[in-house]
Design a binder for this molecule. Structure first.
Ligand code: G6Q
Length: 530
């Protein structure tokens, strides 16, 4: 049994410190400490992270670090890396970190079917993916009519979509621009219809990505895509135009995809943590195996940092603790992630799933209902667009919204003065948010004291993208440990899947189910108007 988080002595210390610092201004913290920026700036692999524009003092950091210690972050972290079944509600290991371990590492996991050599299995699949990706990219793997593949369509949803879709967009400058890569996720027929509208079946390859191979959206979209293909090229074409990524070989075979063209992964890889597994096949096709390995290397860089850096110098731990500080002691309900790179346009959406599906829980891993806030609402848009939209509320609204600003020294498109202007805005925003502006007119007064983390790197390379992802993965992990929740289940998602299946049956056979009066009346309105 873990000690209840709010009963830890460090929690009580933080309650007192929060009270003491209720009115402390970031402006004053800088004025009284000329070393402040250096004191709170960390280097983690290729990331340069500045935490100095936060409402923290050495005392606050010490108490937060003690909270991490008392909550057992280091022990849990080591259990995760070792493959202990820390996903207790599903009795599973949590080993996405094994997906990026070097081939020379060893990790043996006891499974129901005997011991598994995890790192060997991981590298076997990476090699299989690399052989396939190389064959497609150089034209050895051709479609049913003998033509080279020029379009890849990834069909998957949630964890089987957001990671590769985000990463592909992030790394487009590193991709083969002759290859068109698209992502279909929504069951809305528009998604698949728009994705294939201008494609040629003879040169299109579909990757059906589903851990379970039982997800209604993915299977429905995959069937529609299969019909689109076979209407043009006949049933035999499926073998050359469909591959699968899954843990469920028999369902892949039932769908009609040859299991020789299936890339596996394991139940110890959660969907939202799976971009480094075969789920990243579309990304590997786009950027090539060598750069995909660099991406894995970046994930591993931060795994190593997370594992070895002392808590008070550990970047994901510090990000997590600051989140706890504002959520639990200053009532901040949300957290904005603001990338100053259009390539990271989908990064906030990716993090929404990573964070909100992991820590959007209100019972602890032991089953007790929590009496404190857990996971924040994550949101964001790339700068500078957000500045002309919602930043007003961050600057002058009544709510406290801690923000992460992510920027790069070098643009992928060096055109004129664009990038310096982008970054001028980047620096100006964090300065204004922290320091504010006095004015005689209350409407023009900026109180400041809005906390931000600044994350800089030289360029958005595959390696740096891997580092950014792992940074947030481990931030989420640490917060989950402190809040005592199981970050690795998602029963909230599963309820929706069950309810939709019931109603889909009623819509198909025009029967009436047992619902509340509102739901019944809405379903009946739909039936009368469809
Ligand atoms: C992720 C979730 C969820 C999942 C999708 C798709 O952590 O479990 O988003 O990835 O529901 O599931 P399948 O990959 O099984 O189709």
């Amino acid at each position: 049994m873990s000690t209840k988080t709010t009963q830890l002595s460090s929690w009580q210390t933080l309650v007192n410190l929060a009270d003491e610092h209720k009115t402390t201004h970031i402006r004053d913290l800088f004025a009284s400490d000329s070393e402040r920026a250096g004191r709170y700036t960390f280097e983690a692999a290729d990331l340069h992270i500045d935490f100095s524009k936060h409402r923290i003092t050495p005392e606050v950091v010490a108490a937060l670090t003690e909270l991490a210690q008392q909550a057992g972050v280091e022990t849990k972290r080591d259990q995760m890396f070792a493959g202990d079944p820390i996903n207790v509600t599903e009795n599973r290991s949590v080993l996405h970190t094994a997906l990026r371990r070097p081939a020379t590492d060893k990790l043996t996991l006891a499974t129901e079917s005997g011991p598994q050599e995890v790192v060997d299995d991981v590298h076997h699949v990476i090699d299989q993916m690399a052989t396939f990706a190389t064959a497609v990219r150089n034209g050895e793997w051709v479609g049913a009519t003998g033509e080279k593949i020029t379009a890849i369509v990834n069909i998957g949803i949630g964890g089987s979509d957001l990671g590769p879709a985000m990463a592909y967009q992030a790394l487009r400058p590193h991709s083969d621009r002759d290859l068109c890569v698209r992502f279909v996720s929504n069951i809305d027929p528009t998604d698949v219809a728009e994705a294939v509208r201008d494609l040629n079946p003879a040169t299109t390859l579909f990757i059906v990505v589903s851990k379970t191979f039982g997800t209604i959206e993915t299977l429905t979209n995959a069937r529609t895509a299969r019909t689109w293909l076979t209407d043009a090229l006949g049933a035999d074409a499926v073998a050359k135009h469909f591959v699968a990524v899954s843990t469920n070989a028999s369902r892949v075979a039932d769908f009609g995809i040859d299991t020789n063209n299936m890339f596996g992964f394991w139940d110890w890889v959660g969907g939202r943590y799976s971009v480094g597994s075969a789920v990243g096949l579309s990304l590997m096709l786009a950027i090539g195996p060598d750069q995909f390995r660099e991406f894995l290397g970046g994930l591993h860089d931060i795994d190593t940092h997370f594992r070895t850096a002392p808590l008070e110098q550990n970047a994901p731990v510090m990000m997590a603790l600051l989140g706890v500080w504002y959520s639990n002691f200053f009532d901040a309900a949300s957290h904005a992630v603001l990338p100053y790179s259009d390539h990271l346009a989908r990064f906030p959406a990716y993090l929404q799933q990573l964070d909100m599906e992991s820590n959007g829980k209100s019972v602890t891993a032991e089953g007790d209902v929590v009496d404190y806030d857990t996971g924040p609402i994550i949101w964001g848009e790339p700068g500078t667009n957000g500045q002309h939209a919602f930043y007003q509320l961050i600057h002058q609204g009544t709510r406290l919204i801690p923000c992460d600003f992510i920027g790069f020294a070098k643009p992928s498109d060096p055109i004129g003065e664009h990038h310096d202007l982008l970054m001028a805005n980047f620096f100006a925003q964090t300065e204004a948010l922290a320091f504010g502006q006095n004015h005689d007119d209350p409407a023009r007064t900026f109180e400041g004291n809005r906390p931000t983390t600044t994350i800089l790197s030289e360029t958005l390379s595959p390696r740096v993208l891997g580092q950014l992802i792992a940074l947030y993965e481990h931030k989420v992990f640490v917060q989950g440990v402190i809040w005592g929740v199981n970050s690795f289940d998602q029963f909230g998602v599963e309820l929706g899947k069950v309810l939709a299946t019931t109603i889909a049956g009623e819509l198909a056979d025009d029967t009436t189910g047992d619902h509340d009066s509102s739901t019944s009346s809405l379903i009946s309105w739909y039936k009368n108007n469809r």
